[in-house]
Ligand binder design. Structure first.
Ligand code: PMP
Length: 462
């Protein structure tokens, strides 16, 4: 049996992993041919693999390790909580100090009309909770036909049945009998890829107005809510044109439908504000969260619910037949409480807004000068570069995703985690990244682009 106190060799771990571990979002046969990279340690913005290679974690894990790896304060808070009470539930009219403290802490950073939290174990569970809660909310008011969620193509809202259905990933919908009924999709505000000859401003308005058209087509009486990420993350860091969110807000205000902000990536400082909704001046009825809530140290999410919804559920809802064994898990809540305390104490939002954000944005946007890059965009500390064989026309590569994977492999080789989404490279580093670490990230990104460019030229791809 493998002993975690005395690790076997890298080759042995790869072999055991291939024999017994099924990875998420992975082509198992393809992975097992080369074996998974084994990550053994993290500190600050860095990771180390089992061969001792040091890697700058440009993705903060999976967009979640906002306070960086190895923070002793969070580890100690979890240790203390586990010593007192490692587990108890929040069903059966019980609660415990870390759940109370986290709910209060969240209410102090959410917009003033949002004061309650429903705890979950992940972003997917948050969105599944949203679907059931919102449909129940309308049913309580005698409108059970208001069922339909409008979402967007290429959105990502999770991997559970409802989460993946809300998401707009065609490849996910092709597997496992989804989408579930009552989900409709409109197009995304992705100007670089879909804007054609329109200006970004015109395009933003056109895409927002698809929401109004969808409500008209489906019937306002049948539409429960519109759900969206303020900045789309997994779809490729899609930052909407400035005209988009004001128009969406207008439509939601004028129509009798709820606005749900999926803050799983945007929340907890990614854009330099507590929530992406704060950055865009949105007034969502519900916000789904997870990831940065605990900086990923332990799995926890929360649906943050506005007073309007809570009032109806309290007065007319009766029992809400929904909850998870790990809703408000004490150790996870303790990690999140400490994480939020640290974020406040270290003024991490200020660091993103005035130090790391502007510095990285300027350097990242400079990558647009590279012959392989069609656009470089970034907001707060989340960004993307679009790889193209032709900068002038923004043309895609013939075999989508191939060049992205080549570039991703060079990036790892150069000691930088950049993720590829088809032929886009994306980053979302820990929010505590320093200027010196940003210089290193950019230097590695340039080197990676140069190496990828040489290789794909050699392959005749550009
Ligand atoms: N919503 C968004 C916007 C996400 O990015 C993700 C995860 N990447 C999820 C939901 C699902 O979260 P989880 O993986 O924790 O279930």
């Amino acid at each position: 049996m493998m002993n975690l106190g005395n690790l076997p060799t890298t080759a042995e771990m790869k072999a055991l992993d291939a024999a017994h571990h099924l990875h998420p979002f992975t082509d198992t046969a393809g992975l097992n041919k080369k074996g998974a990279r084994v990550i053994t340690r993290g500190k600050g913005v860095y990771l180390w693999d089992s061969d001792g290679k040091k890697i700058l974690d440009g993705m903060a894990g999976l967009w979640c390790v906002n306070m960086g790896h190895g923070r002793q304060e969070i580890i100690e808070a979890v240790r203390r909580q586990m010593t007192d009470l490692a587990y108890y539930n929040t069903f059966f009219q019980t609660t415990h100090p870390p759940a109370i403290a986290l709910a209060e802490s969240l209410a102090s950073i959410t917009p003033s009309h949002i004061n309650r939290a429903f705890f979950t174990g992940s972003g997917s569970e948050s969105n599944d909770t949203v679907v059931r809660m919102v449909r129940h909310f309308w049913a309580c008011q005698g409108k059970p036909e208001k069922q339909i969620f409008i979402s967007r193509r290429n959105a990502y809202h999770g991997s559970t049945m409802a989460g993946a259905s809300l998401g707009g990933m065609a490849a996910m919908h092709a597997q496992g009998g989804i989408p579930i009924p009552g989900i409709a999709h409109i197009d995304q505000p992705y100007w670089y890829g879909e804007g054609g000859d329109m200006s970004p401003a015109e395009f933003g308005l056109a895409r927002a107005r698809q929401l109004e058209e969808a409500i008209d087509r489906l019937g306002e009486n049948n539409v429960a809510a519109f759900i969206a990420e303020p900045v789309q993350g997994a779809g490729g860091v899609i930052i909407p044109p400035d005209t988009y969110w004001p128009e969406i807000s207008r439509i939601c205000r004028e129509r009798d439908i709820l606005l749900v902000a999926d803050e799983v990536i945007n929340g907890f400082g990614r854009l330099g504000t507590w929530f992406g909704s704060d950055h865009y001046g949105l007034r969502p009825d519900l916000m789904s969260t997870a990831k940065g809530l605990s900086s990923g140290y332990l799995p926890i999410g929360a649906v943050l619910v506005s007073d309007r919804i809570v009032e109806v559920l309290e007065q007319k809802g009766g029992e809400f037949f929904h909850g998870y064994t790990y809703s408000g898990h004490p150790a996870c809540c303790a990690a999140a409480v400490e994480n939020l305390r640290l974020m406040r104490e270290e003024n991490v939002l200020g660091h993103v807004r005035t130090v790391a954000g502007p510095y990285l944005q300027e350097k990242w946007k400079g990558l647009a000068e590279h012959p392989l890059v069609g656009e470089a965009r970034m907001l707060g500390l989340v960004g993307a570069i679009e790889l193209t064989p032709n900068k002038a026309t923004r043309a895609p590569f013939k075999n989508p995703g191939e060049v992205g994977l080549i570039t991703r492999d060079f990036s790892f080789e150069n000691g930088l985690v950049m993720r590829s989404v088809w032929d886009r490279m994306i980053i979302s580093p820990p929010l505590v990244i320093t200027r010196g670490e940003i210089d290193e990230l950019i230097e590695k990104a340039w080197r990676t682009l140069d190496m990828a460019h040489d290789k794909i030229r050699g392959m005749g791809l550009c």
